[in-house]
Ligand binder design. Structure first.
Ligand SMILES: *Cc1c(COP(=O)(O)O)cnc(C)c1O
Ligand code: SF4
Length: 376
């Protein structure tokens, strides 16, 4: 799955029975070439408080804070297409992680514009309930009334549904959800799901029922992946199954420009075809799935279609989320390119020099000393 040159280098070293240290060194070097931190997440998303950086958090969009609890930085699955792979390679300098509940609480208190806290990883559901409770119980305090929604990103619903059913602290976990719901919070399990097969096991269906009985919602999101789910039947069937089981379809993501992207990427034009056909095959209740969406540097960009304007074939795009919220929902256009697989492959349409947000985005990069992030 890695670039052929990287593969050759490693194969040669192994054949020559290179030392453990040399192999590790080469592995590190190859990883560095795989864009461990896509979309400027290290340079642009880490919030600060009293002039110091808060490791283990990302605050990119106004309303939502991402928190990476240190006990949740492993996963039930090690997907070869993972965009968070840098969390798992044992290199602390690459990892987002925090165990500072005080800092989280203080940051949330200071930022009244926040409405959502998203606990992510890794997989926070590898954590014991008492660890999770340690981070989440502060949410019921009056000073955090502005935090309306708690989201938990997880693969556990389909890869370790026992977490919600038979694990020793499964009941305690459900009581924690109930407590938050009763305190007036919207609790949303953001389930990573990329194939309807994942939803078939009885244990997963029990987990869904038990979670929903607490008053929590389940939303599903997943990437579009070559060799795994790159056809519309899989997505249509998956979304239908989700609605049937009481899950709300949320996002179809484009495979990000990191790790083994070359193996899993799907051209944007094809991605849009798959999305469009799948959406046509399902009822309105399953059309809550947005996409195909690229989590790029400036924001989440959705491919809304391919069309022709004044004789020029173009992609119609919009920001679902933007570093500046004023960019959101404004339609814009890129030259049609059948081979483009990521946002940075796109050029503005109609012979324009730049996209409407580009100057402002450059200013944001300059303010963070991060102009090196511009491609080319
Ligand atoms: C996707 C994402 C969010 C959440 O966006 P929603 O549209 O509210 O689901 C928040 N922060 C980051 C960094 C994201 O990539
Ligand atoms: S489940 Fe999600 S976080 Fe875990 S390895 Fe797969 S893509 Fe990465």
């Amino acid at each position: 799955m890695v670039p052929p040159s990287a593969f050759e280098q490693m194969a040669t070293l192994l054949n020559q029975q290179g030392s453990h240290a040399d192999i590790e060194q080469l592995a590190k070097q190859i990883r560095k070439g795989l864009n461990p931190h896509p979309s400027g997440q290290m340079e642009l998303n880490i919030p600060e408080m009293e002039n110091h950086k808060l490791a283990g958090m990302q605050h990119k969009y106004r309303q939502t804070l991402l928190f990476f609890p240190s006990q949740g930085q492993v996963c039930h699955s090690y997907c070869t297409f993972c965009f968070r792979w840098a969390q798992f390679v044992g290199d602390k300098s690459l990892r987002f992680s925090s165990s500072e509940v005080e800092t989280l609480h203080n940051y949330l208190c200071l930022h009244k514009e926040l409405t959502d806290l998203l606990i992510t990883g890794g997989d926070p559901m590898v954590m014991k309930t008492h660890h999770l409770a340690h981070y989440l119980e502060c949410l019921t305090k009056p000073e955090l009334e502005h935090i309306q929604t708690l989201r938990i990103g997880t693969k556990a619903l389909t890869y370790w549904p026992q977490r919600f059913v038979t694990d020793a602290d499964a009941d305690e976990l459900l009581r924690l959800f109930e407590k938050l719901v009763r305190a007036g919070k919207h609790v949303a399990i953001m389930a990573h799901c990329n194939h309807w097969r994942e939803l078939e096991p009885y244990m997963t269906q029990r987990a869904i029922q038990r979670i929903r009985n607490t008053g929590a919602e389940i939303r599903a999101q997943g990437p579009l992946l070559a060799n795994i789910n790159n056809n519309h039947e899989v997505w249509a069937k998956m979304w239908q199954q989700q609605v049937k089981l009481g899950i709300i379809p949320y996002y179809m993501f484009v495979e990000r420009d990191t790790g083994a992207q070359r193996y899993f990427e799907v051209p944007l034009a094809k991605a849009w075809q798959i999305y469009k056909q799948a959406i046509q095959e399902v009822s309105g209740l399953a059309r809550t799935a947005r996409g195909p969406s690229m989590s790029a540097g400036p924001g989440k960009v959705e491919i809304q279609g391919v069309t022709e304007i004044n004789g020029e074939k173009v992609f119609v795009l919009r920001f679902i989320q933007g570093r500046n919220e004023e960019w959101v929902q404004r339609p814009f256009f890129a030259k049609y390119n059948p081979d483009a697989t990521w946002f940075t492959d796109l050029q503005p349409a109609f012979a324009e020099e730049k996209f409407f947000f580009e100057d402002e985005y450059l200013q944001m990069l300059a303010a963070k000393n991060a102009l090196n992030l511009i491609p080319n």
